[in-house]
Design a protein around this ligand. Sequence first.
Ligand code: SIN
Ligand code: CO
Length: 373
Amino acid sequence: MNTAQPLALLGGLTAGQFMKRHWQKKPLLVRRAIPDFVPGLGRSELVDLAGQEGVESRLIVNAPQGWKMRHGPLSKRSLPPFKQKKWTFLVQGVDLHHEGVHALMQQFRFVPDARLDDVMVSYASDGGGVGPHFDSYDVFLLQAHGQRRWRIARQKDLSLQPGVPLKILQHFEAEEEFVLDPGDMLYLPPQYAHDGVAVGECMTWSIGFRAPQQGELARELLLGLADEAFEGVGHALYSDPRQPAVASPGAIPPSMSAFARKVLDQALGNPQLLDCLLGEYLTEPKPHVWFDASTAHVDLSAGLRLDRRSKMMYDHRHVFINGESFKVGGRDARVLRSLADGRCLTAREVQSLSPNAKNVLSDWAGAGWLHAL
Ligand code: SIN
Ligand code: CO
């Protein structure tokens, strides 16, 4: 993507300017971000998705007695009638299930794939919404159908109402208010308070992000290191030819704790292994994602494209796909990186790969991770 080209999607800013001025910093309202936007995903398709096992969905009703929430799968019959006001249902990860939504998400790849998470789609009856709240991640709220009134605030007081089954701000005081029409979009940085209320029936697409959390990332990497450590660090036994005789046998010898520190440093001191584990972690498919594997031979000579569920990234030594890492160099590395960036390869690019890399691509095709053009 040309990050220096002004984009209607970002209100005429280049991706570079947007990242510098707004990303993680301040909101941006874009009128006609996608002019004449036709969502290509209707209410009934979304209802069907929300009813599926393995698709994450929620029903939120703003009833006179208070907020109510139910997790999916949501059968069609269990939903209130659309004539009833003040309810909404939300479906997570729609990009995994719908080609048009997946295609839309590609427009946001001026942010690294390692940060891009999914597209959540909500459908609300008149007056419906999830209440005033804040999110921990950046979000682009694209109005897909109908109108929604957004009220937003930079407020510091992020205390939540107690005893409510969803996150609702206790003291929300809007600073700005906009009504979004189809194709309009609002970007909000993390922790920015917001409340979106449907004006008539409305559908909103939220392009969401993820950010590894310190403790969780450390845990994942250490678990991976633990699997590798036995082979990687070696099998040598602790030895203590200089151990003096002791009068207090219960005390752990300092040389034993030094040995423990040394083996851990050794395990952590392999930067290649850490890079591998990070790439594998970042490309790990989400729970409930499965691919259509096949044993039939797939002819990739005319070119190929990644399956929309495939996650592919790279670093300077490896390519990663769906939780696996491959060490690559030279021309193969250049072509496979271009597959990760562009999500497809031409016949010529496939032709230029080594026999080894072609075999790997055939394996990926067999696993359903990519498809022939
Ligand atoms: C919605 O689409 O109703 C909620 C999106 C959000 O506020 O994050
Ligand atoms: Co939100």
